[in-house]
Each structure stands twice: as structure tokens, then as C-alpha cells.
Design a protein around this ligand. Structure first.
Ligand SMILES: [Zn+2]
Ligand SMILES: [Zn+2]
Length: 268
């Protein structure tokens, strides 16, 4: 891996990232300015008349190349798949209660560190980097499906946190992601009518069966939903949380449900 600068050469760690935060003229991940400036001048290859991707404004080419972007995945569940146009075998066999998953990243380093720091240490400055990639993935997906007239969701539903957890953390990480997407795409975010009615154990400590049991009746929806909605989560692991909320959304009027997440874990 002959990286010129960027993540590998700088032996990236989160503290070096933080030290470079706020230097808007440099790459937000490694601090290099040379590659960043090159990125700014790099034309959009497919659409030369359009400006370069929003991603290029914040991250240099080398750092960009080393982020674990989600690729070659089943469009329904978001797990690796060789079939692009049809659901993977698991989805064909046991269809989940949602239609599509778009994740910006595979949940691995350094993204797993970014999300941990964002969520548990309140490093909110990491959010725009990751949401830029998610916006990019959503727009890419829309372009792919242009021929079948994809319609955007009419409502964004961030996975609700129990109010005690939200108060302790100070924010709902999924709601902040939804707010960024809302602003970019002009889609409203659901309000207080969709809640987590009881505190659940942290999913990470449970196996697949326990996760499903843990979430049973954890959510409540007190409104009629539009037909097309997107559920917003930071990380989709087994899919148990989004499935529970999606199944409930189907009972409340939703007909086409997408899952939009920063990262998708490929194996648990
Ligand atoms: Zn960089
Ligand atoms: Zn699948």
C-alpha cells in the first residue's frame, strides 16, 4: 500500500485528528494541505461542468482512499453481496421489514473510532465528515435508480433514544444525523410522536436472539406515517433495532422503508 501522505504515513490517531480540527484549509484527517488543495482542483470526472464532490472539500485523496466505504452490498440489507440488482440469498429467503439499506461505511477503523468519539465523547465535529459520505452514498443510489423513478422518503425517522439515555448523553446521535440529511435533502424529521418507551440493554452486549427480545415493544409510534420513510441510525449491526422500528412503521402506514446509516457492521 504505497500511500503518499494521508492516514498511513501519518500513523493516524484520533488525537492527531483533533489537533487538526478547525484548520479549515487542511485535510481534516491528516492535516496535509498539499493533497487537499489538489483535491479542490480535481474536476468531477463524470460531470466536468460540475464542481468536485463535497467530500473533497474536507478530506485529502489519500485519507479518502483509506476510509472503509461501503461497496458491493445487497441493496436490501446492506451486507456484502455479489448480486447488485437482486436481493442477497438471505433477504430472498427471509425478507426484512424494510426495502433498502444505504450505509456510507463498513463499520471498521477508523470509522468505528470516529463514531465512538462522536457518540460517547461528544466530538460533534466528526459528524459532518461522516454525513458528507452518507449524503454521497444516498445521491449515488438515487442516480443508480434514476430509470425507475425513485422517490425520496417523505419523512426521516431517527432511531429514538429513551429520554433518560438522551438526557445523560445530551443528544440523540441519530437525530443529529437526520437533521443534517433533512437540511440537505429538504425532508422533515419525525418529532415526539415516535419514542422509545422503555430502556433497553445495550445491544452490543447481546447475541442475535437476545437483541430481538430486548427490543420487543421498545418503540411507540403515535402518528400515521407517510408511505415512504427512511429510518436513520448511526450503526446498523444485526439489523434488529431497525427491523423492530420498521415493522412498527409498517403498522402505522409506511409502505416503503429505507434504512440510512453511517456504518454497517458486516459480521457480528
Ligand atoms: Zn488527509
Ligand atoms: Zn440482503
Amino acid at each position: 500500500m504505497g500511500s503518499q501522505g494521508g492516514l498511513l504515513k501519518t500513523n493516524f490517531n484520533l488525537f492527531s485528528l483533533m489537533s487538526f480540527m478547525g484548520l479549515s484549509s487542511d485535510c481534516l484527517l491528516c492535516g496535509c494541505s498539499v493533497h487537499f488543495n489538489q483535491s479542490l482542483q480535481r474536476p468531477n470526472e463524470k460531470h466536468p461542468n460540475k464542481s468536485a464532490s463535497v467530500l473533497n472539500k474536507k478530506i485529502c485523496d489519500s485519507c479518502h482512499a483509506h476510509l472503509p466505504e461501503s461497496k458491493q452490498t445487497c441493496f436490501v440489507c446492506g451486507l456484502p453481496s455479489t448480486t447488485k440488482s437482486i436481493p442477497c440469498g438471505a433477504c430472498l429467503k427471509n425478507s426484512p421489514p424494510y426495502d433498502k439499506t444505504i450505509s456510507a461505511f463498513h463499520y471498521q477503523q477508523p470509522i468505528s473510532d470516529f463514531i465512538t468519539q462522536y457518540k460517547y465523547a461528544g466530538k460533534l465535529e466528526l459528524l459532518p465528515i461522516m454525513t458528507d459520505y452518507l449524503i454521497n452514498a444516498i445521491e449515488k443510489s438515487l442516480k443508480l435508480e434514476h430509470s425507475i423513478k425513485t422517490q425520496m422518503p417523505e419523512l426521516l425517522i431517527p432511531i429514538p433514544l429513551h429520554f433518560k439515555k438522551r438526557n445523560k448523553r445530551g443528544f440523540n446521535q441519530s437525530r443529529l444525523i437526520a437533521n443534517v440529511l433533512s437540511k440537505h435533502f429538504g425532508i422533515p424529521v419525525s418529532g415526539n410522536d415516535i419514542t422509545r418507551t422503555r430502556q433497553t440493554l445495550t445491544q452490543a452486549s447481546l447475541d442475535v436472539t437476545q437483541r430481538k427480545k430486548n427490543l420487543k415493544n421498545a418503540f411507540e409510534i403515535k402518528e400515521t406515517l407517510p408511505e415512504r420513510v427512511a429510518i436513520i441510525d448511526d450503526i446498523v449491526t444485526t439489523g434488529a433495532t431497525v427491523s423492530e422500528l420498521a415493522a412498527l412503521a409498517l403498522e402505522h402506514g409506511a409502505k416503503h422503508i429505507e434504512i440510512w446509516s453511517l456504518a454497517r457492521a458486516y459480521s457480528i
